[in-house]
Design a protein around this ligand. Structure first.
Ligand code: CUA
Length: 352
């Protein structure tokens, strides 16, 4: 029996060490969602707090474990008939020391933590650009009221400028997180939370819903495209334009289908400049084709991916409203034919 126990202990140790190593090496800065590669003041402040607390924790852990090992060895039972070592009760010096030292440690950690909480919650520029973010199962709506921009799942912001974020949700609790920029803050229905961020680097940064919100929670992502002021202004100008009118027969056919009562897409999506499509249940699609990614950042915006989405949305994003509510997906008599799907995809991909 003791041999088995020893072997078990040995394998458990190897397994545990393996898991810890895998976790340590999993924390690479190169990962698109690594908060250790902070590119803005908010995430830098959050990373700093993480390091302060981790290092303080490591120091305490090492000291306590070393003392534990030392005393375990020093006072081990050397023979069967050896009695207990001398028992001591009460020592004012020690009692005071082990009350004061942890209290000092906690204060040392609390001061920068509270500072950082304040700095990361309260915007340094309350009048800076406001982006309203609304969580939906499972996508993000972005409004920039001051500029009249409404878009979904892909937010553009200018580099080096403070962005004030207002968070809301249409259904359940979601959480807004862009690991390299800031987060996480909950998005709660009928309760506006605010945060802010700023990116010091241009690039595309990944965002992710960080609160379990149903079947496709893991597929609720978005991108933040950080660009120069000039590029941002150009993006805003292009987003404000009405949708491009179909210029070839195939996309015209897709357009007609989109606006038809058989397919009914227009009832849930907005295409600005159209006569009918002002729905707000699904993502706004006026400039769908200008986005790098589709379906809240889970796929590249390509014709093939769009075809697979339109063919069987539930397969791509399980539980989504479109596959549940749109008659073309829940009524076998109304299923879209392959040519119809191709035409719809052609139309959507023309919406630059
Ligand atoms: Cu939204 Cu998880």
């Amino acid at each position: 029996m003791p041999t088995i126990n020893r072997q078990f202990a040995k394998y458990s140790f190897v397994l545990l060490a393996g898991i810890i190593l895998a976790l340590i090496f999993g924390c690479t800065n190169d990962h698109p969602q690594s908060p250790f590669d902070a590119v803005g003041p908010v995430s830098e402040s959050q990373a700093l707090i993480f390091y302060i607390i981790s290092y303080a924790g490591i120091v305490v852990f090492v000291i306590v474990m070393a003392l534990l090992a030392y005393f375990t060895f020093k006072y081990r039972k050397r023979s069967e008939n050896e009695g207990d070592p001398e028992q001591i009760h009460g020592n004012s010096t020690f009692e005071i020391a082990w009350t004061v030292i942890p209290a000092l440690l906690l204060i040392a950690v609390a001061v920068p933590t509270i500072n950082s909480l304040w700095d990361t919650t309260v915007s340094p520029e309350p009048d800076a650009l406001v982006v309203r973010v609304t969580g939906n199962q499972w996508w993000f709506r972005f409004d920039i009221p001051e500029l009249g921009v409404v878009t979904a799942n892909e937010l553009h912001i200018p580099v080096g400028e403070v962005i004030n974020i207002e968070l809301d949700s249409k259904d359940v609790i979601h959480s807004f997180w862009v690991p390299k920029l800031a987060g996480k803050v909950d998005m709660i229905p009928n309760n506006e939370n605010t945060m802010w961020f700023q990116s010091n680097e241009e690039g595309i940064f990944y965002g992710q819903c960080a609160e379990f919100c149903g079947e496709s929670h893991a597929l609720m992502r978005f991108k933040v495209v950080v660009e120069s002021r000039k590029e941002f202004d150009a993006w805003v100008a292009s987003q404000l334009l009405d949708a491009i009118k179909p210029s070839d027969p195939l996309s015209q056919q897709g357009h007609d289908l989109f606006m038809s009562s058989e397919a009914g897409c227009y009832a849930c999506h907005t295409i600005r400049g159209s006569q009918k499509a002002y729905g707000e249940v699904g993502p706004e699609l006026t400039h769908f084709a200008s986005r790098l990614h589709m379906l809240s950042g889970i796929m590249d915006n390509t014709h093939e991916n769009l075809i697979s989405w339109l063919t069987d949305p539930d397969e791509v994003k399980p539980g989504n409203i479109m596959s549940k509510n749109a008659s073309v997906y829940n009524d076998p008599d109304k299923v879209l034919s392959d040519p119809e799907i191709t035409a719809l995809a052609a139309y959507l991909r023309s919406l630059k």
